[in-house]
Design a protein around this ligand. Structure first.
Ligand SMILES: Cc1cc2nc3c(=O)[nH]c(=O)nc-3n(C[C@H](O)[C@H](O)[C@H](O)COP(=O)(O)OP(=O)(O)OC[C@H]3O[C@@H](n4cnc5c(N)ncnc54)[C@H](O)[C@@H]3O)c2cc1C
Length: 562
């Protein structure tokens, strides 16, 4: 809208001289895009002046995010960490307030987008008619049901907060690889959610139970057992009647495109070791008293075939709290304290060929001894070499706490300051290894051109789920955020990696979102985009929930192009 109107204006006056188009854009944009005073006042009436802002200083800040520098290239814009600023930001404090705000926005024909902790470009709109609902005031753990092993959480409860409370009950939660600072509700309802403990805890779609969902017209929908007429509770995600879990989030989440989730229940798990938590030192140099019983093992394999067979066997025998393949470079990055530490270790990186990372945890001495015996047997059976017991790769004590907290992923920013993952499909273990092999060939092209840093093309994470019943594979890829050619290189590699997945049937990468990509993929995959659009139109005919990272209704597309 902003560009369309500006272009028309520019065409009218293009022949005149001495016009500064930068300043002109800003003047026109400010005049056109201010939130109507009546709508602002109505928002203030619902939540109070303190919790609504249309101040440009605030709204522009909400347009900034990690990876927008590449998303903007995808959108044919100048590379920048800013997408479109929202018209206003509202901070509701209760479900009732969310309902009232959504009804108002729906009535006046604007759009909304909810965010929990707001990590990643998919929190920013791509049009100028959106109000952001920042959910940070909804930060209660509503309930911990120890007996039935679930917790009910609001959007701004982080994984770290939830885990700290659960520790008191000797329980644990699934956390995505993004880390403990993100929202388990956002991951469960709206994103993908793979994590390092997936062999035991599955991924976010498998952990969500009852859900409180404000639809795009402001109606409240209670999903799963929460919607029962008699004795409603949060213990089940499916029914009554048909399950709507697939519609609500599918495999990878609808990224704000179908409403606002105000609470959900997540499954809980037994804490895997002694729930002791003694941390000392000063950031970033922490030491952790490794509790009874935890043991990391890095097991090296000579080639892909041996590593795949071994990962299959380790998962099958159900001994690891963490069991995954991480490439040699990724292993050194994830287990380094900081950039200097990584640089010191650089000479050793070549020693690890195809490493598996196995974290054994046990509640009793007998349990850990049993698991260690199985591990030794499996290493022999699969032809691996344990680099940890031989002293060649020994994680610091801090890595143990980072494993318990799912904090390893954050180290992917270590070497160059930014990264993003390519590929990402969930399927069989064999398909996951095929992705990793295809990636090496593709990525080397970009390394040779110097548009991506040299990790030998190997960076990758292959994670099994639910004891090997399925697996996902993604390739965390570093790029230099301060170098435009590196951002451009990242974008081109990104696009090509998606084409490799499409043309070689390697399942869906993480970021097939928005109208253009869904249409491109849908045409080659049973026209799923037609059905996805029908879902959007059934739940949100007016396109009130921002569809920038989901799919838009046909009338919204017509409105934009007209
Ligand atoms: C180092 C790193 C590693 C990562 N690794 C992983 C990984 O291993 N697995 C994984 O799944 N992801 C990973 N990510 C991506 C990350 O998971 C997601 O960005 C994160 O889960 C989102 O959590 P959040 O609290 O920031 O949600 P947000 O960023 O706030 O929201 C994510 C999306 O959900 C929507 N949303 C959020 N809250 C609501 C709500 N209440 N109602 C409706 N819609 C909502 C938003 O509009 C947005 O589109 C990684 C990110 C980083 C930086």
């Amino acid at each position: 809208m902003r560009n369309g109107i500006f272009d028309q204006f520019k065409n009218l006056i293009v022949k005149q001289e001495n016009i500064n188009f930068g300043i002109l854009t800003d003047i026109i944009w400010c005049a056109l895009m201010d939130l109507d005073e009546n709508i602002y006042n109505a928002l203030v009436e619902i939540i109070g002046e303190r919790f609504v802002s249309k101040d440009k200083v605030i709204t522009e800040a909400y347009s900034f995010n990690w990876f927008n520098d590449v998303i903007t290239i995808r959108e044919n814009r100048e590379s920048s960490n800013f997408l479109n600023a929202p018209l206003a930001v509202a901070l509701p404090g209760t479900t009732e307030e969310v309902i009232k705000i959504v009804k108002l926005i729906h009535e006046v024909g604007l759009k909304f987008k909810a965010q929990s902790t707001g990590l990643g470009g998919w929190n920013c709109p791509l049009t100028d008619d959106v109000i952001i609902l920042d959910m940070r005031r909804m930060n209660e753990i509503r309930k911990i049901d120890k007996k039935n092993m679930f917790a009910v959480i609001e959007p701004y409860v982080t994984g770290a907060t939830l885990q700290a409370e659960l520790l008191k009950h000797d329980l644990n939660t699934h956390m995505p690889g993004a880390g403990p600072q993100v929202s388990p509700l956002a991951s469960s309802t709206s994103m993908c959610g793979p994590g390092f403990t997936g062999d035991v805890t599955g991924y976010s779609a498998r952990n969500v139970l009852g859900v409180e969902w404000v639809l795009p017209n402001g109606e409240l929908l209670k999903l799963g057992s929460l919607g029962l007429d008699g004795d409603p509770d949060w213990y089940c995600a499916d029914g009554p009647g048909f399950s709507l879990r697939g519609v609500m989030r599918g495999a990878q989440g609808v990224r704000g495109g179908l409403g606002v989730f105000t609470a959900c229940a997540v499954k809980l798990y037994p804490f895997p070791c002694e729930p002791k938590w003694n941390l000392s030192g000063v950031s970033p140099n922490y030491e952790f008293d490794i509790p009874n019983y935890m043991e990391f093992h890095f097991i090296n394999y000579k080639n892909w075939e041996l590593a795949e067979r071994a990962l299959n066997r380790f998962s099958e025998e159900e001994i690891g709290f963490m069991v995954c393949y991480i490439s040699n470079f990724a292993a050194f990055a994830l287990f380094s304290r900081d950039r200097a530490d990584l640089a010191k270790k650089a000479a050793s990186i070549g020693r690890l060929k195809k490493p598996l990372c196995v974290l054994l945890c046990g509640r009793t001495k007998r349990e850990i001894e049993y698991k260690r015996k199985v591990l030794d047997h499996l290493i022999e059976e699969t032809g691996g070499r344990d680099f940890t017991t031989s002293g060649k790769f020994v994680p610091r004590s801090q890595s143990y706490v980072e494993a318990l907290r799912s904090m390893l992923g954050i180290h992917a920013f270590l070497a160059t300051g930014s990264f993003e993952s390519t590929f990402g499909g969930m399927d069989s273990l064999t398909l996951a290894f095929r992705m990793a092999k295809e990636n090496v060939v593709l990525k080397k092209e970009f390394i040779e051109k110097h548009s991506l840093p040299d990790d030998q093309g190997q960076s990758g994470w292959i994670q099994t789920y639910e004891y090997g019943h399925y697996a996902h594979s993604e390739m965390p890829t570093m790029y230099d955020i301060n170098d435009l050619s590196s951002r451009q290189g990242m974008f081109e590699y990104y696009e090509k990696s998606e084409d490799v997945c499409l043309n070689k049937s390697l399942n869906f990468p993480f970021f097939i979102d928005g109208d253009k990509l869904h249409e491109k993929w849908g045409e080659k995959t049973c026209n799923y985009h037609v059905w996805l659009r029908k879902i959007k139109e059934a739940f949100d005919p007016q396109n009130t929930a921002d569809s920038s990272f989901y799919i838009s209704t046909t009338s919204e597309l017509a409105r934009r192009s007209g």
